[in-house]
Design a protein around this ligand. Structure first.
Ligand SMILES: Nc1ncnc2c1ncn2[C@@H]1O[C@H](COP(=O)(O)OP(=O)(O)OP(=O)(O)O)[C@@H](O)[C@H]1O
Length: 674
């Protein structure tokens, strides 16, 4: 990338390797870098650290764009992701390079001398033998380290990544800039979206340019368009502009709308397979209204993967609404930009219409407070720099109502619960959706889910993090959710054993501005107290719900135990009582001892074998049963059924064309077919 150190700048060397003239300190030369160059050189900050991670990040950037796009037109997303492995020969023929046999073997990084090879194979054989020995002795066997072989760094793997959606598509003329100009996009407004920086798709292209040199291909069509835009382009890194190879309109016979993006990049499926599948699975959890088809295609048939994540609900969260800035969240630059862009004439109109939470009378009070130089009718575009500073100062000091969370679109308790049940099949689950909070003038909502038990869940805390409905898979240790769950929740208080129980913690945060650390959108730091405390209280709310369920379960178990214990003693107890009664009956009959009234009556029945050991056994068993039943009733009326949270259920016909009825509640939807 860097062109520094060209031959013209090298000192002149003599034959002996010494400089003719004393070395002069190299003068520093002023240079500029384009954003594309900057991100190409620092691709790790956008999640393109190495080939494996780059494959993962490419998939995620494309999937997230597809989801944003389908949701923006309220279309239930249908997304197909294909990763096709391209062998070296195929790749070479794609770029028109002739395969060449190695001639000078020792030149290569993966060259091994005969001696080194023998040594390596002997060591691998020894390791395998030890493993087998340990296994035979029943000792714990460590996961065998993959055989290293002699793979050198030259063995790059190439993949064609394709992502197709049924979204909004893009305007024909906008496509080159959307994919070929770093820091361009349609999501810079104040709105909850997965994308934000105008970077992701361009990074995939930059990586493809860096690793394979191949361009990106985009097909796109918008609703009602009779053509499909096709564009093949790459990026001029130094000038940060698209370099178009082909841009044309093609027939759209099927009236398809959406986008299909294709890039060929270097990657590493072996090391990032599980991360990519995890990502897809977690995306399916937080987006159960989407349908995903994921395919990995290889020439080696048993490497192939096809997973369909079926749509589980038609209930889609509402489309997030673009909102205006909150006065407490603007800086001087932003106020100046808003003044330049506003269509409003006066200061009063400007304050009233360009910000949230400033009504007319409040705007008048603010203007009064600004001082004698200000008036409601003054032209906003005539404000001087000092006057703008005054407005900014007042914005920082005045008390404004918090922004409402109406513009946000959280996943919803229903979707979260559905996702958890679908993914983990837990024994118990609780969900909670908090009310909006505010961080630096941006509203945010935290939702949490908590599960106990389930399939494929390890003991201890299993943490699932989502931000603006994106799964976060990296930097777990530094994330606010992990830290809160580990350090700030006293699980014992809720009868949950932090190390023994299989605990699933799900936290989803949505906001108009997620304070990600870095452009890779990998985690949310633990340094924002507003977010940390909202996360803590949401998890605690779930804990409280689970505690009452756990208590009920414990009580039911104890009761069961008590009943079992009592029943266990029935034969002995009845045997002992019966023996005493028989003795007494004999004494009564032989007149050794006289009993009167009711006692005499019972003893008579014992002698006549009308009361037997079995009679006593049956009576006692019935009594234990009765006591258990009464206790259960008592328990149910005191703390049980009547206090269960109740939710109204309503009927919703999705549209008149369907012949089914949905009964919707926040926790379930029942569909009745007629
Ligand atoms: N599948 C798609 N359908 C419709 N528009 C798309 C699609 N993919 C990308 N775009 C458009 O291209 C723009 C640039 O995408 P890009 O991934 O570079 O950035 P972004 O999504 O805006 O932000 P971020 O870098 O945070 O992901 C998007 O803002 C969007 O308008």
């Amino acid at each position: 990338m860097d062109t520094e150190g060209g031959s013209s700048e090298s000192p002149i060397e003599t034959k002996k390797g010494k400089s003719k003239t004393p070395k002069k300190a190299k003068e520093s030369v002023l240079k500029q870098k384009s954003p594309a160059e900057f991100f190409a050189e620092n691709k790790n900050i956008a999640g393109f650290d190495n080939p494996g991670k780059s494959l993962y990040t490419t998939v995620r950037e494309l999937v997230e764009n597809s989801l944003d796009s389908a949701e923006s037109i309220s279309e239930l997303p249908i997304i197909e992701v294909t990763i096709e492995e391209i062998g070296k020969s195929k790749f070479n023929s794609m770029i028109g390079l002739v395969d060449r046999e190695r001639v000078d073997e020792a030149l290569y990084d993966d060259f091994e001398t005969v001696k080194a090879r023998e040594k390596r194979l002997a060591k691998e054989a020894r390791d395998q033998e030890n493993q087998a020995k340990n296994a035979a002795l029943g000792k714990k066997v460590k996961e065998p380290a993959p055989l290293k072989g002699i793979k050198g760094r030259g063995e790059a793997s190439f993949f064609r990544v394709t992502c197709k959606d049924n979204g909004k598509g893009m305007a024909h003329d906008d496509i080159p800039n959307m994919f070929g100009r770093v820091l361009s996009g349609t999501k810079y407004g104040l709105k909850q979206t997965r994308g934000k920086f105008g970077l992701g798709a361009k990074m995939a292209l930059i990586w493809s340019k860096m690793s394979t040199g191949l361009p990106i291909e985009i097909s796109s069509s918008m609703r009602g368009q009779n053509y499909v835009s096709f564009c093949r382009l790459d990026i001029d890194i130094h000038r940060n502009i698209p370099h178009i190879h082909l841009h044309e309109k093609r027939d759209n016979k099927e009236r398809w709308h959406g986008a299909e993006i294709q890039v060929v990049i270097e990657g590493n499926w072996t090391t990032y397979r599980s991360k990519i599948l995890h990502y897809m699975r977690q995306m399916a959890v937080i987006t159960p209204y989407a349908q995903f088809l994921f395919k990995f295609v290889s020439d080696v048939a048993d490497k192939n993967v096809t997973i369909r994540f079926a749509r589980r609900t038609d209930v889609m969260p509402p489309v997030p609404i673009e909102t205006k800035h909150h006065p407490s969240a603007v800086d001087l630059l932003l106020i100046k930009r808003l003044i330049t862009e506003t269509s409003k004439q006066t200061l009063l109109q400007f304050l009233q219409h360009e910000f949230v939470n400033i009504g007319k009378s409040f705007a008048e009070r603010l203007i009064g407070e600004m001082g004698p130089d200000f008036s409601p009718k003054m032209a906003v575009k005539s404000l001087t720099s000092q006057q703008i500073v005054r407005i900014h100062q007042l914005f920082r000091q005045a008390k404004f109502d918090d922004p409402s969370g109406d513009c946000l679109s959280p996943a919803g308790e229903y979707n979260l619960r559905l996702g958890i049940i679908k993914e983990l099949h837990p024994d118990m689950v609780a969900t909670y959706s908090g009310s909006p909070h505010v961080f630096e003038g941006h509203p945010f909502i935290v939702e949490a889910g908590l599960s106990l038990g389930g399939k494929d869940v390890k003991q201890g805390l299993n943490i699932f993090r989502f931000a603006n409905r994106i799964p976060l898979l990296f930097e777990q240790g530094a994330d606010v959710v992990t830290r809160t769950a580990l350090k700030r929740i006293n699980w014992n208080n809720y009868k949950i054993n932090q190390t023994q129980d299989k605990i699933g913690v799900f936290v989803s945060i949505v906001s108009t501005k997620i304070p990600f650390k870095g452009t890779g959108k990998e985690y949310i730091g633990d340094d924002i107290s507003e977010i940390a405390s909202a996360v803590k209280s949401s998890i605690q709310q779930c804990c409280v719900q689970l505690k009452s369920k756990i208590m009920k379960k414990i009580q039911a178990r104890e009761q069961q135990e008590r009943k079992r214990n009592l029943s266990k003693y029935i034969p002995d107890a009845t045997g002992a009582i019966y023996d005493v009664l028989r003795e007494m009956a004999q004494q009564h009959a032989s007149k050794k001892k006289r009993y009167e009234g009711e006692d005499a009556e019972i003893l008579k029945q014992v002698s006549a074998r009308l009361i037997t050991k079995q009679t006593l056994h049956d009576k006692l068993a019935k009594h234990v049963e009765q006591v258990d039943y009464e206790m259960a009733l008592d328990y149910a009326t005191q703390s049980g059924v009547s206090e269960e949270p109740r939710e109204p259920i309503y009927i919703q016909a999705l549209d008149s064309a369907h012949d089914f009825i949905d009964f919707c509640s926040p926790v379930c939807v029942l569909r009745l077919f007629q």
